[in-house]
Design a protein around this ligand. Structure first.
Ligand code: SF4
Ligand code: SF4
Ligand code: SF4
Length: 273
């Protein structure tokens, strides 16, 4: 089965950001896109902005998770919280995520973000609206449905590759002869065609056509020591919380005993009543 995919035609994009708004609305990520200290701009990808537009001097290029066919993020995840579905979507299960963020270190496109300010933080990225499509709530992702120019379209990867190559063949005067994502890092399910080199819009220039499991391996080399550190930290936190709960329970018991003592009727009380 060919995987779900998105084809973005950079020559058709006007930069209106309807796709961004639709993503935020459908995935209920909220209005707030406050710039973080480490962010260049408030409009960069963030935990509340899973897709954005890189506005260059004369082009507008969609940015979101590329749904790699061999995702380094999933390879680096020790518990498979990030995983590839049978439809080829790189999906996420927050219920088993450890919060280790190895996926973020492994991604060759730097597409994942983290809810740093949340008490129960999750990794956030485009999930191709997989949950809502799977539930039958929508037939295509919010971003592609919202695009007024049909600059970004949804379909099966094989069919979108045929469409991309057809457009390039029909207009060799317009397009560069390249489908971004067809081969890079082993292939991605988010494809682009363009009249300018996408390196100018942040597409990493040094990617090979091989999968990038070595990026995951590099991250996982740090796992034993990091887990030992995390384990110790968790044990420490557990001890502190346990100790705090124990002291609170003892204080409550002492308070209750004192209250009970004060409310016990004395013989004088009984005489007065
Ligand atoms: S672009 Fe990054 S986050 Fe998305 S599937 Fe590929 S490795 Fe994972
Ligand atoms: S596919 Fe869904 S989650 Fe991904 S950018 Fe589009 S609207 Fe957002
Ligand atoms: S909605 Fe379409 S035209 Fe507008 S920014 Fe997104 S991809 Fe470009």
């Amino acid at each position: 089965m060919s995987s779900f995919a998105i084809l973005t035609d950079v020559t058709r994009c006007t930069g209106c950001e309807e796709c961004v708004l639709a993503c935020k609305s459908l995935n209920e990520t909220g209005d707030r896109d406050a710039p973080r200290k480490w962010q260049g701009k408030a409009t960069d990808l963030s935990s509340t902005r899973w897709t954005t537009i890189a506005h260059t001097e004369d082009r507008h290029v969609r940015v979101h998770c590329r749904h790699c066919l061999e995702p380094a993020c999933a390879a680096a995840c020790p518990v498979k919280a990030l995983h590839t579905t049978e439809e080829g979507v790189v999906a996420y299960d927050p219920s088993i995520c450890l919060g280790c963020r190895y996926c973020m270190m492994a991604c060759p496109f730097s597409m994942t973000r983290y809810e740093w300010e949340s008490a129960n933080p999750r990794v956030r990225k485009c999930i191709l609206c997989y949950d809502k499509m799977k539930a039958g709530e929508i037939k295509e992702p919010g971003c592609t449905a919202a695009c007024p120019e049909k600059a970004t379209i949804f379909g099966e990867r094989d069919a979108l590759l045929v469409e991309a190559n057809r457009r390039i063949k029909d207009r060799p005067d317009l397009y560069l002869d390249h489908v971004w994502g067809e081969h890079e890092v082993g292939g991605t399910s988010v494809l682009y065609i363009s009249d300018v080199d996408l390196a100018s819009a942040g597409w990493p220039a040094d990617l090979t056509n091989d999968g990038v499991p070595h990026l995951a391996d590099k991250v996982l080399e740090t796992v034993p020591t990091t887990f030992a550190g995390v384990g110790l930290a968790m044990a420490g936190i557990h001890w502190v919380i346990g100790r705090r709960n124990k002291l609170a329970a003892e204080a409550a018991a002492a308070h209750a005993a004192a209250e009970a003592e004060n409310t016990v009727d004395t013989p004088e009380d009984e005489e007065q009543s």
